[in-house]
Design a protein around this ligand. Structure first.
Ligand code: NAP
Length: 293
């Protein structure tokens, strides 16, 4: 089967994201079949050259490769359960879900003889078709390699491992990073606004801190992987004193201190467990079990 960029592709689910995916395949020259529960949403794509399949089952059979992108896994199962997948179907599910759903969907698809990759889209629809759109894929590596030339039409297709749950796990890990950085920036902005500094003035400084901290990650990751946390630059108990200062300052100027209190509560637990003289990444032990466990 020719899986170069003439690969025929089906896109099932033409919401905001599915329409962007189908448009990117069309733009890259792939023969593109589409299907959506509400057929009217296919109109612009059909005008651009897509073929509208009459049923989801017909859409699945129409192409070398099928991408499904609907609201959730339940919608996917309802859809594919109706018309069915068959041995040899090549399916990539870009619907958001959790790692257990991804593994379960993979078992379900593979029991029916399909070749299944699970994926997560770390981008908004307007970015699809550009390198900024990172598409994480997990499942059999040979299938990823076979489909990569087609997936390159969507953005930066990135393989994260054979375990079908990994794309979802990377996706949520990225969300945790994103919200943590944004919350910390907003807390700092609230502190500075009490002294008349506007958000735009603080943003370049905050950006620089984020860049510097990002540079620490490879070395800190090596400590986490080695399970050894020598205090090379700072001990956790030093950080905890700075956290107390951050709480005090927040309370004194009347801004929300929930975030630094959370930081300190986590650090205090590790210090109470005897880790005060070790370096910050020792907190991985606090993050690796349920709260208070
Ligand atoms: P959306 O605009 O709400 O579209 C949802 C799609 O799912 C529509 O095609 C809808 O069909 C279909 N659908 C829902 N339930 C269905 C069912 N029971 N049977 C058949 N079709 C059903 O959502 P979206 O933004 O395209 O998001 C789709 C997926 O991409 C989600 O998992 C989302 O988390 C993920 N994602 C989205 C973004 C983003 O920025 N939009 C970013 C990353 C990931 P109808 O048109 O008939 O309603």
């Amino acid at each position: 089967m020719d899986l170069e960029n003439t690969t025929s592709v089906t896109v099932i689910g033409l919401g905001l994201m599915g329409r962007a995916l189908a448009a990117a395949f069309l733009k890259a020259g792939h023969p593109t079949t589409v299907w959506n529960r509400t057929p009217a949403r296919a109109a612009d794509l059909v005008a651009e050259g897509a073929h509208l399949a009459p049923t989801a089952g017909a859409a699945l059979k129409a192409s070398d490769l099928t991408i499904i992108c609907v609201t959730d896994y339940q919608a996917m199962r309802e859809l594919l359960g109706e018309d069915g997948i068959e041995p040899g179907t090549r399916l990539i599910n870009l619907t958001s879900g959790d790692s257990a759903q991804a593994r379960q969907a993979a078992r379900w698809a593979e029991e029916r003889g399909a070749r299944y990759l699970d994926g997560a889209i770390m981008a908004i629809p307007p970015a699809i078709g550009t390198p900024e759109a990172v598409i994480l894929l997990s499942g059999p590596q040979a299938d990823f390699e076979a489909h990569k030339p087609a997936l390159d039409a969507l953005g930066t297709a990135t393989y994260v491992g054979a375990d079908h749950g990994l794309a979802s796990l990377y996706d949520v890990a990225g969300l945790s990073m994103m919200w943590s950085v944004l919350n910390a920036w907003l807390h700092g902005t609230a502190l500075l606004r009490t002294a008349g500094v506007d958000a735009a003035a603080y943003a370049p400084f905050a950006r620089q801190i984020a860049v510097v901290v990002a540079e620490w990650l490879p070395g800190y990751a090596a400590q986490v992987d080695a399970g050894a946390f020598p205090a090379e630059v700072s001990a956790l108990e030093t950080d905890a004193r700075a956290m107390a200062h951050l709480i005090d300052e927040s309370e004194a100027v009347g801004v929300n201190a929930e975030l630094p209190r959370l930081f300190k509560a986590i650090a205090d637990r590790a210090i109470a467990a005897g880790h005060g003289a070790e370096q910050y990444p020792v907190l991985i032990e606090e993050f690796s079990r349920p709260h208070g466990g």
